[in-house]
Design a protein around this ligand. Structure first.
Ligand SMILES: NC(=O)c1ccc[n+]([C@@H]2O[C@H](COP(=O)([O-])OP(=O)(O)OC[C@H]3O[C@@H](n4cnc5c(N)ncnc54)[C@H](OP(=O)(O)O)[C@@H]3O)[C@@H](O)[C@H]2O)c1
Ligand SMILES: *[C@@H]1O[C@H](CO)[C@@H](O)[C@H](O)[C@H]1NC(C)=O
Ligand SMILES: *[C@@H]1O[C@H](CO)[C@@H](O)[C@H](O)[C@H]1NC(C)=O
Length: 319
């Protein structure tokens, strides 16, 4: 008897938690994108691939901006097959290389007349340095998309109304920007343990939110708007670098199956920010669960956001 009561309570609690904290709203817009060109970075897997598939189904010309040709090629075939859209194209982009970002932009601007949507989705949580000597997470998650966006801004302006969507994370709430560390070590934090990497990743996601805030200021009057967002807790390859056995064998399997959603559901807020009509006055803001969400002061601080912009310009050789 007691067993059944406990089981029923546990199930009830789980369904409550699932429906309140895990399940997420779907984007219901029916917008078609024929004649529009979109770039999705990191679209060979996870949330980026799901986003690219949805945009392809809507008729867009979709550029898969990925670092591995082989991994992207597999996703490309799958997206073409599932969407019936053959205008899905791979272009090589390694966000851990300023040279690769510049040559991607050059290629793109030469071969593609339009850009309607830039979706900065790629990110990682891994130790090490980029080929330019930046901390890996700072380079790939913030400086890379920062430079890429700047190199493509004129084309976005020519094609306005157009949008930039930056996939951040609720983890930005735990982030901080240590300008001393950036200036001295070209990274957002030191250390390589799982905890260190998680912290540095949070810092980089705060950079995404602040970058979006400052970008919106700079884009006023251009009809190019930008948004940052949290996709939800999504079962993807994002944690592939974690080798701790307690995580891999115990925490991850339980967490993935019970408290995470699939990549397509994780793509919904990205799609909302990219396609929802009428949100232009909310440029620079942060969304979660397809809903405008207020951020803490540290994630919308004008002075910090401007300073981060200036430091970023220096780090990628723009200034
Ligand atoms: N999953 C979640 O629960 C969650 C929660 C909050 C926020 N997010 C955010 O959602 C976004 C997508 O993550 P995900 O969960 O879909 O992760 P994922 O499955 O690991 O996909 C990340 C993508 O980024 C690409 N990437 C990594 N480093 C790159 C580089 N140097 N140059 C170009 N592309 C690179 C990866 O390419 P390779 O396959 O070649 O490595 C992959 O395509 C990220 O911005 C992440 O911070 C995810
Ligand atoms: C997302 O919104 C839906 C509908 O409003 C709600 O039922 C769900 O609990 C929300 N999910 C999260 C994680 O906030
Ligand atoms: C922005 O869009 C509005 C409304 O469509 C238009 O009137 C205005 O000229 C546009 N501005 C620019 C800079 O393109």
């Amino acid at each position: 008897m007691l067993f059944w009561v406990v089981t029923a309570l546990a199930l009830g609690a789980y369904f409550f938690v699932y429906s309140t904290y895990v399940r997420r709203k779907a984007f219901r817009g029916t917008v078609k994108l024929h004649g529009k060109t979109v770039i999705v970075t990191g679209s060979n897997t996870g949330i980026g691939k799901a986003t690219a598939l949805d945009l392809a189904k809507r008729g867009a010309r979709v550029i898969l901006a990925c670092r591995s040709k082989q991994r992207a090629e597999a996703a490309l075939q799958e997206i073409r097959r599932e969407s019936g859209n053959n205008e899905v194209i791979f272009m090589q982009l390694d966000l851990g290389s300023l040279k690769s970002i510049r040559s991607f932009a050059e290629n793109f601007l030469k071969s593609e007349p339009r850009l309607d949507l830039l979706i900065n989705n790629a990110a990682l949580g891994a130790p090490g340095r980029t080929e330019d000597g930046l901390g890996m997470i700072l380079g790939v998650n913030h400086i890379g998309p920062f430079l890429l966006t700047n190199l493509l801004l004129d084309r976005l302006k020519e094609c306005a109304p157009s949008r930039v969507v930056n996939v951040a994370s609720y983890m930005h709430e735990f982030g901080e920007i240590d300008f001393n560390c950036i200036n001295r070590h070209k990274c957002l934090g030191l250390g390589t343990s799982t905890l260190d990497i998680t912290k540095i990743y949070s810092h980089s996601k705060l950079c995404n939110v602040l970058f979006t805030h400052e970008l919106a200021q700079r884009l006023k009057g251009t009809n190019v708007t930008c948004y940052s967002l949290h996709p939800g807790s999504v079962a993807t390859e994002l944690d592939r670098n974690s080798k701790d056995s307690w995580y891999v064998f115990i925490f991850r399997p339980i967490f993935r199956n019970m408290f995470m959603t699939d990549p397509m559901s994780g793509a919904q807020t990205t799609l909302y920010c990219a396609l929802q009509e009428g949100i232009e006055p909310l440029s620079g803001r942060y969304f979660s669960n397809c809903t405008l969400t207020e951020v803490k002061q540290k994630a919308k601080d004008d002075i910090v956001a401007r300073k981060l912009w200036e430091v970023s310009e220096r780090l990628c050789g723009m200034a």
